[in-house]
Design a protein around this ligand. Sequence first.
Ligand code: SAH
Length: 337
Amino acid sequence: MPAVKVPRREAEPVKRKLKKLGLYDGKRRPKREDGHVLLPVFDNPEIHRLGYEVLNVELPFRPERQIYKNLEGVLAERLSEEELKHLRRYDVIGDIAVIQIPPELEHRVDDIVWGLRKVHPFIRVVAKKGFHEGAFRIRDYSIIWGERRLETIHKENGVEIKVDLSRAFFNPRMKGERYRLAQLVRDGERILIPFAGVLPYALVIARYKKVKITAVELNEEAYKLGLENLELNRKRLKGEIEFIHGDVFEVLPELPTYDRVISPTPRGVDALALTLSKTGRWLHYYDFVHETEIRNFRGRILEECRRQGKECGVRIKKVSDFKPHVFKVCADVRIKG
Ligand code: SAH
């Protein structure tokens, strides 16, 4: 089978050009060879007219499933390049795929559903994510394909999490953060988790560490799902979880202090002073911060530490892109002494 041999730094542009001309054979893999790359091309006399060195080599076929490894790749068959640019990231939560569909792609909904099902054959629901968000951080979703439900069981970090996107907030993208925190925690700690939702942080930490967790959530629907999740994971958990239904700003003042407080603070809510006052050693405080404000955010935390007579070290970590120039960040605050 023919392949075009080009210097490595020309490989990308040449590949693009070959694709445009319909000569690039995407079913086979390119191969690197001492500073050059062999690009698979179709057996077509055209290629000899392009002025590249053409060899006859065996380049291995890509396994079928790799061709379909991402939605963009699959949809390239049906959407124009311009349309593909508008494609948003999507999530798979349990057997539900969730995607935002911008106005530019409204007329392509059926193709997007087709693509999602091709990439994730096991999904049973495709839901479109709206933009509006209330106090409980619940989005408006509409089901665009499949069973009429937004309830499912999501598996993450060794636990099962029952969620219902129409009733309570859940974000699968925080999986890495939950894992990170579970690693930081030591056996024996007493931990407070305000804004606990359906308990993803509490479950993941208690799954791996012998700790005592107190979690607080105001949305009754999230609270009920959280209780179900405790039951669902009962046998897996090393730690204990106490779950309180109530308003963080009313409940926390009544609670003692803890070794660690983890605050997945909802956007627009300021719980810094309150959560800091409840920790003796560590606070992990999540917030949404413009990239130019990260310094100020740090200053605000140090100022609050001083006000509370605490000597603190603060490390700020970008957790995810929230929107252009605005990050979800986590401040890891260590109280010295
Ligand atoms: N920790 C969860 C939820 C984070 S979203 C997770 O990561 O999935 C923030 C949560 O705080 C929502 O579930 C919302 O219902 C809850 N909430 C908002 N205001 C609250 C308050 N004043 N007291 C308690 N919970 C509150």
